[in-house]
Ligand binder design. Structure first.
Ligand SMILES: Cc1ccc2c(c1)c1c3c(c(C)cc1n2CCCN)C(=O)NC3=O
Length: 278
């Protein structure tokens, strides 16, 4: 059973400005009263009863907490404390000030291959670490990759939001229809078994976006996007990829493969000549 504090989070933390919100609830900056240290507090409304549409299942949040407590890596956000009341849970998390990688790319339109590789190597090390502990994220996308600090020569990245993550138990088949259409792998849409290769597909999509600013499978509607994903229908449009090296395109091609068994693992990506030139 995961241990949570049952006292009021405001006994120990001063709640400051809202940092963001999502399907789960809100994220607020918090200051620990005893030390003055700043954190991010993720406030999650939990469902009162199974049937209700409001809030998240309590066990879903407990799963996220249990998973975060198994992870300690420089590229993964840190969990420090958990508070639970009848209708809400609060995760006290490492404060990440640099904003989303998504916004960083949007400002630059596209990154140089050297800059993309600096980010990707950090992402791949965090993903290789979580996969080595039999944990898959299942919602890797630029919005869930944040920069610890922004205005530094080589920003450090942090993978956040393990709300869809799963511990992959040997022998159990995990299927789900969650995720974001642009980044989800064909096996998610076909309701087939999911695992670490599902994250690797998302990394292929993220790499494509880092280098071009475009999303490889984006259609006019979610339905069209999903059709493109299932068909593996993407291209390297010369207007955006004419300066991109063949090695970079080959890296992406080794991830955007329909059969999960054919995709590179995170460890194989880290020794791919584009990432780790000899
Ligand atoms: C400065 C800032 C602004 C927005 C933030 C965060 C920090 C943030 C943070 C975290 C999460 C899960 C979501 C967060 N969000 C919500 C948006 C994330 N896609 C987190 O774990 N630490 C953060 O600082």
């Amino acid at each position: 059973m995961t241990a949570f504090k049952h006292q009021n989070v405001e006994d120990l933390y001063e709640l400051l400005e809202k940092l963001g919100s999502g399907h789960f609830g809100e994220v607020k900056k918090c200051r620990e009263k005893n030390t003055g240290t700043l954190y991010a507090g993720k406030f999650i409304k939990t469902r009162k009863c199974k049937g209700s549409r409001m809030g998240l299942d309590r066990e879903q949040v407990e799963r996220e907490v249990s998973i975060l407590r198994q992870l300690e890596h420089p590229s993964i956000m840190r969990l420090y404390d958990v508070f639970a009341s009848k209708a809400e849970m609060v995760l006290i998390l490492e404060l990440i000030r640099g904003g989303e990688l998504f916004d960083f790319i949007a400002e630059k339109e596209a990154l140089s291959e050297e800059d993309a590789i600096v980010f990707l190597e950090q992402i791949l090390k965090g993903v290789a670490y979580m996969h080595s502990r039999h944990i898959a994220h299942f919602d890797l996308k630029p919005e869930n990759i944040m920069l610890l600090e922004r205005d530094v020569p080589h920003p450090k990245i942090k993978i956040i939001d393990f709300g869809l993550a799963q511990k992959l138990e040997d022998g159990t088949v995990f299927k789900s229809l969650c995720g974001t259409p642009q980044y989800i792998a064909p096996e998610v849409i076909n309701y087939e078994q999911l695992g670490p290769p599902t994250d690797m597909w998302s990394i292929g999509v993220i790499t494509y976006i880092l280098l071009s600013g475009l999303s490889p499978f984006q259609g006019e509607t979610d339905a069209e996007t999903l059709t493109n994903v299932v068909a593996g229908n993407y291209e390297f449009d010369d207007r955006y990829f004419k300066e991109t090296s063949d090695m970079a395109k080959e890296f992406i091609q080794q991830l955007l493969l329909k059969d999960p068994r054919d995709r590179m693992t995170a460890v194989e990506c880290l020794i791919h000549p584009w990432i780790k030139p000899l």
